[in-house]
Design a protein around this ligand. Structure first.
Ligand code: FA5
Length: 326
């Protein structure tokens, strides 16, 4: 039996054939097992001899099978390695890198500038209540200045925010009367403006708000100058034009000088109106503040010489790829 099995194992041509042999000789109903089973009918003195022999043979066959098995496995592995070799000298497939959108580039730069001046970054919802977008900013329902920002209403009391100034009051409420308040808030805003080369119905603003004791207009002036020099280089000319916003008093619009385009308006700003402070729980006798709302597209157009605001939204790769290296 041992010789027969040994020859069969040596001649097995595949892993499957080997496994069949294992069952045939060593399995529960295998030939060796039946020898062991039959031991009960042997005279008692022969049992240990036959038993010992059977176990020896079992161990022997086990070993032969295991050796043959690993030989098969090694052969299979070698075959697999031979077919799967990788030619490391082949040129790789280039990974296509995207680029940061120019509006996000400008937002990141603005955030850097303001974080450097001690500002924190705040957020607010794009779907806003009339209360935060207008009412709390000193713009009651019948106020004619509501026409300055034609709005997309969702319900009579909710709308797409027309400016990031809505975050001013949300921030003040969160601070619960504590100072200093020093935040910027970048985000999308929506207006029913007709689209043209410099206007879009959806655009981007960065709001700024500072409230503390003794905050003055000259500090606003200093912050804006620092901002403009960082964004456009030292010596860039800035001008404040008197303007009107119901939530600031006095109010200004800020232009910078561009050698080809002349004076271009980039933001609105002013000293926070005492009524806005009061409504948000800040005593205007003790505290004062300034606020500004920067038009991000206007900055990006000037900085990157973009002649039409619509380029920012068309997702034309030829346009977007130009901002790759920054
Ligand atoms: C405001 O939205 C005020 N909330 C700004 C402000 C904040 C004033 C805090 C005082 C205190 P205005 O409507 O002017 O103001 O818009 C601000 C800037 O957004 C503009 O200077 C301009 O750069 C940009 N902007 C306005 N309308 C559009 C538009 N339709 N498309 C692109 N940019 C626009």
């Amino acid at each position: 039996l041992q010789d027969e099995a040994a020859i069969a194992i040596a001649n097995a041509e595949s892993l499957d054939a080997l496994r069949e042999l294992k069952v045939k000789y060593l399995g529960k109903k295998g030939e060796l097992t039946s020898v062991l089973r039959g031991m009960g009918s042997l005279p008692p003195e022969e049992r240990p001899v036959i038993g010992g022999l059977a176990n020896e043979i079992r161990a022997q066959l086990d070993l032969l099978i295991a050796e043959k098995e690993s030989a098969f496995e090694e052969a299979a592995l070698n075959e697999q390695l031979a077919t799967e070799t990788i030619d490391v000298t082949l040129p790789g497939t280039p990974v296509k890198l995207g680029s940061i959108h120019p509006l996000n580039l400008v937002i990141e730069q603005l955030e850097d500038v303001f974080i450097g001046m001690g500002f924190e970054i705040a957020e607010g919802p794009e779907v806003e209540t009339d209360q935060y977008n207008f009412e709390a900013l000193n713009l009651p329902k019948e106020h004619p200045a509501r026409d300055m920002q034609d709005s997309f209403y969702i319900t009579p009391e909710t709308l797409l925010r027309t400016h990031t100034s809505s975050v001013q009051v949300r921030t003040l409420e969160k601070k619960e009367g504590h100072v200093p308040v020093r935040i910027i808030c970048p985000g999308k805003v929506y207006r029913r403006d007709d689209d043209d080369a410099t206007h879009s119905h959806q655009f981007t603003q960065v709001e700024g708000l500072v409230v503390d004791r003794g905050v003055s207009m000259s500090e606003l002036n200093g912050v804006l100058l620092a901002l403009i020099e960082k964004m456009f280089g030292e010596g860039t000319e800035m001008r404040l034009r008197p303007s009107y916003f119901p939530f600031t008093e006095p109010s200004v619009e800020v232009d910078i000088y561009h050698p080809e385009k002349g004076w271009v308006e980039i933001l609105g700003a002013g000293m926070v109106h005492p009524r806005v402070l009061e409504k948000a729980g800040y005593n205007p006798e003790r505290y004062s503040g300034f606020a500004f709302g920067i038009g991000v597209e206007r900055i990006a157009m000037l900085k990157y010489d973009v002649d039409d605001i619509r380029h920012f939204y068309n997702n034309d790769l030829r346009f977007l790829r130009q901002f790759r290296s920054e």
